[in-house]
Design a protein around this ligand. Structure first.
Ligand SMILES: NC(=O)c1ccc[n+]([C@@H]2O[C@H](COP(=O)([O-])OP(=O)(O)OC[C@H]3O[C@@H](n4cnc5c(N)ncnc54)[C@H](OP(=O)(O)O)[C@@H]3O)[C@@H](O)[C@H]2O)c1
Length: 251
């Protein structure tokens, strides 16, 4: 029986997939529950990772962060199978696309803010049964108010196509993280906002140009390695903060 139970949302793609790959390769003690809004997609992703016979173990679960029923069903499954959860990684998100401002904001806020809020609340009782619980929220450095208001910072004028709704949603997520930390710190829940860096994924679209961020995006495995470090306790000095691989960002 694996001793550390980890659940990650949006595990079939990009940062979620790469993080799962790093975690499951790192220790036989890790069991990673890969979740996705599509059971077919996450089972395919799991089969790919299992082909390399990793040290740890995997399971696949459907979880749509915008669907309360789906979240509740996932919680019931984890409760009956494991009785607790050690690490929750709220990773799933969408970018903002399309010309309709109302729809962009509604979609981004629903998936990137309300989704993690619902998931965090639903899994919190299971996390609080762990002797060493971590709650991670994957955010974005482009949402840091400190960076975004600094004319010398690269994100001050960053050109994310239709990026307003996405950046606003991640800034709101950061406030959610801060509140989660302040409210539950005394329980031992270690809460982090995490910037994965600018990495290859489907967030910007599925063409090679978009996946590669027009040739600028790095390897999401680097984000997975940072998350592994957090799970191993190597970043405990930064608990309650907005971390990136080499330091801490201003909220
Ligand atoms: N890539 C970057 O450069 C970058 C930079 C900063 C922050 N981030 C953050 O990194 C995280 C992961 O994104 P990514 O870059 O890896 O993009 P990605 O490849 O598009 O992965 C996003 C994942 O979220 C899933 N998802 C979307 N809506 C969902 C829902 N309603 N319920 C459950 N899952 C849902 C997607 O599922 P489908 O496959 O079904 O769409 C996919 O598995 C996000 O929080 C993102 O904001 C990424």
């Amino acid at each position: 029986m694996n001793s550390t139970i980890i659940l990650i949302t949006g595990a079939n793609s990009g940062v979620g997939y790469a993080t799962t790959k790093v975690l499951v390769s790192a220790s036989k003690d890790f069991h990673i529950i890969m979740t996705s809004r599509s059971l077919t997609k996450v089972k395919t992703a799991m089969a790919e990772l299992e082909a390399s016979k990793p040290a740890g173990s995997l399971s696949a679960l459907e979880l749509d962060v915008t669907d309360q029923q789906s979240v509740d069903t996932a919680v019931a499954h984890v409760t009956s199978q494991y009785g607790h959860l050690d690490v929750l990684i709220n990773n799933a998100a969408i970018g903002s696309r399309g010309p309709d401002v109302m729809k962009r904001f509604q979609d981004c806020l629903t998936t990137n803010v309300i989704g993690p809020a619902v998931v965090a609340a639903a899994f919190r009782p299971l996390l609080l049964k762990s002797s060493n619980p971590y709650s991670l929220f994957v955010s974005s450095g482009a949402a840091s108010m400190g960076k975004a208001s600094d004319p010398t910072d690269a994100v001050y004028k960053v050109n994310i196509p239709n990026g307003g709704a996405y950046r606003v949603s991640k800034a709101a997520l950061n406030m959610l993280v801060l509140q989660e930390w302040i409210k539950y710190a005394e329980t031992g829940l270690k809460v982090f906002a995490v910037c994965p860096g600018f990495v290859r994924s489907n967030l910007r679209g599925k063409s090679e140009e978009e996946v590669s961020g027009w040739g600028q995006a790095g390897d999401p495995v680097v984000a997975g390695e940072m998350i592994l470090g957090i799970v191993k306790g190597e970043r405990n000095a930064d608990v309650g903060k907005f971390v990136w691989k080499d330091g801490v960002y201003a909220w």
